[in-house]
Design a protein around this ligand. Structure first.
Ligand code: SAM
Length: 281
């Protein structure tokens, strides 16, 4: 198989990559070079180009959209995780702090952890005015935080960019760093939803002729599969929302003296968490 095939040339023309030749080279480097295995390599390449980084967060084309969608997601999380102004909060895969920049003023301390130092540099610039924001660069799926140290943990648009083994390892880490009685939110692609399946086929076609599948490609779960990983990781699934192309999970860490009913009653306004339409723009 040749390194550059007809499909790639077509993608170059149809995907309008010719407008951004340097970006096209970076995408090529992130997705095809044999040595570019691993999440870090792929996401470091993304962070070298602010325009590409913005689209790789949630499709936002510019700073204004990034801030608007960040504000909207932050509001959804305030309700879904019953966030309080005293809470110590962790986001895994914080990216450019699209959500963190808007959420940090509403909580006690906000921590953003990410695999990409180049993306974290952009996040630092975007949050330089905030005093309760902290960043950690990660090397692999273990979190450099103490046991039982966060009231809330969330991860949006991240865990489907990795192998299931790493998704599960991160869930175990979330269970470890959450305080007893703490809450967790994360999402994955929903293979059982027609649009989730459509995206699975798109992803399959997009990568099937590559010598090496990019480490950061999208991967897919069923709601039952997610529930299994969550339970095995040591947290209790409270709400597994599956009416959309995402499986959106809120889980709680059991605590002595706190019943499952009490934990389950904490999340509010869950309908607003479910995307109506194709994406959160
Ligand atoms: C699609 S972006 C989402 C960013 C942010 N959560 C948001 O909604 O704007 C995915 C982020 O996850 C990070 N990421 C990907 N794989 C990771 C891994 N294995 N460990 C930690 N972070 C990872 C990437 O560097 C990137 O910043």
């Amino acid at each position: 198989m040749t390194l550059i095939n007809q499909k790639m040339i077509r993608a170059f023309i149809e995907g309008r990559y010719w407008r951004h030749p340097v970006r096209a080279l970076r995408i090529f480097a992130a997705e095809t070079a044999r040595k570019n295995r691993g999440y870090k390599r792929a996401w470091e390449a993304v962070g070298k180009d602010a325009g590409w980084t913005y689209t790789m967060m949630n499709g936002s084309p510019d700073e204004a959209t990034l801030q608007r969608t960040g504000r909207e997601m932050a509001a959804r999380l305030v309700d879904a995780l019953a966030l309080q102004s005293s809470h110590r909060v962790l986001e895994l895969g914080c990216g450019v702090a699209r959500i963190g920049r808007e959420l940090a003023p509403q909580v006690g301390e906000w921590y953003g952890a990410d695999i990409s130092s180049s993306i974290l540099k952009i996040a630092q610039r975007r949050t330089a005015h905030l005093r309760n924001v902290h960043f950690r660069e990660l090397k692999r799926a273990d979190l450099p935080f103490e046991d039982n140290s966060f009231d809330r943990v969330y991860s949006h648009l991240v865990l489907f960019h990795m192998d299931k083994e790493d998704l599960y390892l991160y869930l175990k880490e979330f269970a470890r760093v959450l305080k007893p009685g703490g809450l967790l939110y994360f999402d994955t692609w929903n293979l059982l939803h027609p649009e989730g399946w459509e995206r699975f086929i798109w992803e399959l076609e997009h990568h099937r002729h590559k010598q090496v599948k990019p480490a950061h490609r999208n991967q897919f779960c069923t709601p039952d599969e997610v529930r299994l990983y969550v339970e095995k990781a040591g947290v209790t699934p409270l709400h597994v929302l599956d009416p959309s192309f995402w499986v959106q999970t809120i889980a709680g860490k059991p605590a002595a003296g706190v019943s499952l009913d009490e934990l389950q009653a904490l999340p509010r306004n869950l309908d607003s968490l479910i995307p109506h339409g194709r994406w959160y723009y």
